[in-house]
Design a protein around this ligand. Structure first.
Ligand code: HSE
Length: 410
C-alpha cells in the first residue's frame, strides 16, 4: 500500500480526496496496490468532514512519517508550498502538484532536486487542468523534436473573449459575468493580465526544449485592452481574438510569449470557446497534434493530479522524467525578430490620407476595414514580416492605437 499526504484542502485538494475515494478500486487495479490517504494538512478545521481524523495542521508530521511516500502539494502559490516541496523531496518523498506558479518559478531547482534524490516531482495538472499535455510531451511525443507549441491556456480569458465575440458584451461586462459564474477571481489580474498563461507557456517551453525559461522575461500581454471594436474588426477580417501562449525553437534559441492574437477562422483554435483550453504541439515526426478539454475545475484538475499519484506510486524510487536545465546566457529570441502578419488599428482626422500612406508602406492590396461608428479609425493587416519591420513602417503613420499579431500556422 502507498500512503499519501494531501497538502491543502481547497478546491483541488478536496477534488483529489474525492477522486481517490470514489475510484479507489479502479485506481488500485491500475497502480497494482492500494493508494491510501494518511494525512490532509490544512490550517483550517474541518470538524464535519466524514474523515476529520485525517486532518492535521503540522507538515512536519508528514515529513517525519516514513510511511508517507507521496506528498500532494495543492496549496498553490510560492509560500509555504516551496518550503514543503523542497523538504519533502530532500526527505526522499515524491511530490505531485497542480501549482503552476511554483513549477514555473522554481521548477528547475525542484526537478533537479528530485533527480538527485531519485524521486519524482510531477506536475501534469499545472498546465491545462485535466487535459493531458505534460505526460504526452514527456512520453507519447518523445520521439519528436518539438518545434512549436501554441494554445489557449487560460479558461477565464477565453470565456470573457467568447462573450465579447458571441454576445457582443464589452470587456467589463464579460468580466463581471465570468466573476458571477466563479471563473474569474475578485482580483482577476493573474488571468486577464496573462500571468497565469505566462506560467503555463513557461512550463511547456522549458519542458519541450529542455532549457529553463525565465517567466519574468516572457513578453506578456493580457486582454484588458481588447475592445469590442477589435473583436468586430477581427470578425470582418475572418479572425477571432484569442489569448495565445506561444513558444518555438529556432536553432539553439527559444521564443516564448503570451499575447492576444488574431486567430484565423481556419485555425482549429478559433473554435475553442468558453472555459475550454486547447494546445497545439508541432513535432518533426508527428506534424501537428491538438489537445483539447477542460483547463480548470475541481474534478478535471484532480483527474490529472491523481494520474500523477498513480504513476508516481509505480516509480517510487526511480526518477521518471528527468529535469530541464538552467542555461548560462540569454537564449531567447527577441520578439521583434518574430515574423507574422500584424493587425493594426489607426486613428486619424484625415483617414483617407492615412489609408493612402498604409497602402504605400504595406502594399496596394492591404486589407483595410473602416470603423463604421466613427470617421477617424480604421484597421488593417500587414503582410508577413518581422515585428521590427512593422514597427519601423508604423513610425511613419499617424496615431497607431494598437497592434496585435496574427497567429501564423504554416
Ligand atoms: N484561472 C485559471 C484559468 C485556472 O482560468 O484557466 C486554471 O489554471
Amino acid at each position: 500500500m502507498v500512503k499519501v499526504a494531501i497538502l491543502g484542502y481547497g478546491t483541488v485538494g478536496s477534488g483529489v480526496y474525492e477522486v481517490l475515494r470514489k475510484n479507489a478500486k479502479s485506481i488500485k487495479r491500475k497502480a497494482g496496490q492500494d493508494i491510501d490517504i494518511k494525512y490532509i494538512v490544512d490550517v483550517r478545521e474541518f470538524p464535519d468532514h466524514p474523515e476529520s481524523n485525517l486532518f492535521i495542521k503540522d507538515f512536519n508530521q508528514v515529513l517525519e512519517d516514513d510511511e508517507v511516500s507521496i506528498v500532494v502539494e495543492v496549496i498553490g502559490g510560492i509560500k509555504p508550498a516551496y518550503d514543503f516541496t523542497k523538504s519533502a523531496l530532500s526527505a526522499g518523498k515524491s511530490v505531485v502538484t497542480s501549482n503552476k506558479e511554483l513549477v514555473a518559478t522554481c521548477g528547475t531547482e525542484l526537478l533537479n532536486l528530485a533527480l538527485e534524490k531519485n524521486v519524482n516531482y510531477m506536475f501534469e495538472a499545472s498546465v491545462g487542468g485535466g487535459i493531458p499535455i505534460i505526460r504526452p510531451l514527456h512520453q507519447c511525443l518523445a520521439a519528436n523534436e518539438v518545434t512549436e507549441i501554441f494554445g489557449i491556456l487560460n479558461g477565464t480569458t477565453n470565456y470573457i473573449l467568447t462573450k465579447m465575440i458571441k454576445e457582443h458584451q464589452n470587456f467589463d461586462d464579460a468580466l463581471s459575468d465570468a466573476q458571477a459564474k466563479g471563473y474569474a477571481e475578485r482580483n482577476p489580474a493573474a488571468d486577464v493580465d496573462g500571468i497565469d498563461a505566462c506560467r503555463k507557456i513557461t512550463i511547456l517551453s522549458s519542458l519541450a526544449f529542455g532549457k529553463a525559461v525565465d517567466a519574468n522575461k516572457v513578453p506578456t500581454r493580457g486582454i484588458r485592452d481588447v475592445t469590442l471594436q477589435d473583436v468586430k474588426y477581427a470578425q470582418k477580417l475572418g479572425c477571432v481574438v484569442k489569448l495565445i501562449g506561444h513558444t518555438k525553437k529556432e536553432g539553439e534559441r527559444v521564443f516564448c510569449e503570451v499575447s492576444p492574437m488574431l486567430v484565423p477562422n481556419e485555425n482549429p483554435l478559433s473554435n475553442v470557446e468558453d472555459v475550454f483550453n486547447a494546445i497545439t504541439v508541432k513535432g518533426d515526426s508527428i506534424g501537428e497534434v491538438i489537445f483539447y478539454g477542460k483547463g480548470a475545475g475541481k474534478l478535471p484538475t484532480a483527474s490529472a493530479v491523481v494520474a500523477d499519484i498513480i504513476d508516481t506510486s509505480m516509480h517510487l524510487h526511480q526518477n521518471k522524467f528527468g529535469a530541464w536545465k538552467a542555461v548560462e546566457g540569454d537564449f531567447s529570441i527577441p520578439e521583434d525578430e518574430i515574423a507574422s502578419r500584424v493587425f493594426v488599428v489607426v486613428s486619424s482626422e484625415d483617414r483617407e490620407n492615412e489609408k493612402f500612406k498604409v497602402r504605400t508602406l504595406f502594399g496596394e492590396d492591404t486589407d483595410i476595414i473602416d470603423n463604421s461608428s466613427n470617421e477617424t479609425d480604421f484597421a488593417f493587416i500587414t503582410g508577413n514580416m518581422p515585428l521590427r519591420e512593422v514597427k519601423e513602417k508604423l513610425a511613419a503613420i499617424g496615431k497607431v492605437v494598437k497592434w496585435m499579431r496574427v497567429l501564423e500556422n504554416e
